[in-house]
Design a protein around this ligand. Structure first.
Ligand code: GUN
Length: 280
């Protein structure tokens, strides 16, 4: 293995420590999460968010609703949490049951409390180059790249995946960092032609080891956002053999995953500051 591992845990730990200090400075902050249904992966993610929030001294409310919850009931609850002054930051865990429209939900969350950065107003500010509340995974990826002093100005960055949660926001942040950005997706022809050109390659498609070592440019930087449960355990979107080719690579697990949670808490602090300073 030639590549330097970009470990997420030590940096995430540092960020969580900074968040804890800021929470004390703010006299405490409040986070509310809403989980509809009983998706086992979502239950694990929500559990981790609450563990991390509690460790940082954040007052976190864990609202659980049955899968039969109607869209109107959920919208009413979000309205109540929007109006609740003890709640600085609010998120509704995805995926939602099929009968609930995630876009309507994203619009219903007060943009100032939108800790996930999914509200169209926050997505729009990011698109316009004025990032305010940005999805935590994208923020975490940029923090990992900065930590390892990865040069982005003028670099060719290729993002594989165009989700609103990771692919699109990270593409915008890379563009704002003056990289030349290409976004690839399920309809891209000859994916390897693009990935082989990437100085910085971010893969966020949720498909086990779709990017193989022969698709990675020698000496490049590879960020693997994938967390796929397979019969061989948890694997990323990138074949670990890519570490023989790349100069830097994130491990799975222990790379981007811990950064997402740390940056979510950082966003919660940002929500509290924005609301309390009235700059929103
Ligand atoms: N489901 C998968 N990732 C996320 C996320 O970042 N936020 C929320 N709310 N749900 C998710």
């Amino acid at each position: 293995m030639a590549a330097t591992l970009m470990e997420g845990r030590p940096l995430a730990e540092r960020i969580r420590g900074e968040v804890a200090a800021e929470v004390v400075g703010l006299g405490g902050i409040g986070l509310a999460t809403v989980l509809v249904g009983d998706d086992p992966a979502s239950e694990i993610y929500i559990g981790r968010k609450h563990e991390a929030a509690a460790a940082a001294g954040i007052d976190a409310r864990d609202v659980r609703l049955p899968p039969s919850t109607t869209e109107d009931e959920l919208l009413r609850l979000v309205g109540e949490l929007n109006a609740d002054d003890a709640v600085d930051a609010l998120l509704v865990q995805l995926p939602l049951p099929a009968h609930i429209d995630p876009d309507r939900l994203a619009r219903a969350v007060d943009p100032a409390k939108d800790v996930d950065g999914f509200h169209p107003e926050n997505a729009g500010e990011l698109y316009l180059g004025r990032p305010r509340l940005v999805p935590a995974t994208a923020v975490g990826i940029m923090a990992l790249l900065a930590e390892h002093r990865i040069l982005l100005t003028g670099a060719r960055a290729v993002v594989v995946g165009r989700s609103a949660i990771v692919g699109k926001p990270v593409a915008h942040l890379l563009l704002q960092a003056n990289a030349t950005v290409t976004v690839c997706h399920s309809r891209t022809e000859d994916l390897a032609r693009h990935t082989l050109d990437a100085d910085v390659l971010v893969v966020a498609v949720g498909d086990a080891e779709v990017v193989t070592a022969d698709m990675v440019k020698t000496g490049s930087v590879v960020v693997d956002v994938g967390m796929n449960r397979t019969e061989n355990g948890l694997v990323g979107d990138v074949d670990p053999d890519a570490a023989d080719v790349a100069a830097f690579i994130t491990p799975v697990p222990g790379g981007v995953g811990p950064m997402t949670i740390a940056c979510l808490l950082q966003n919660a602090v940002r929500c509290a500051r924005l609301r309390r300073s009235g700059t929103y």
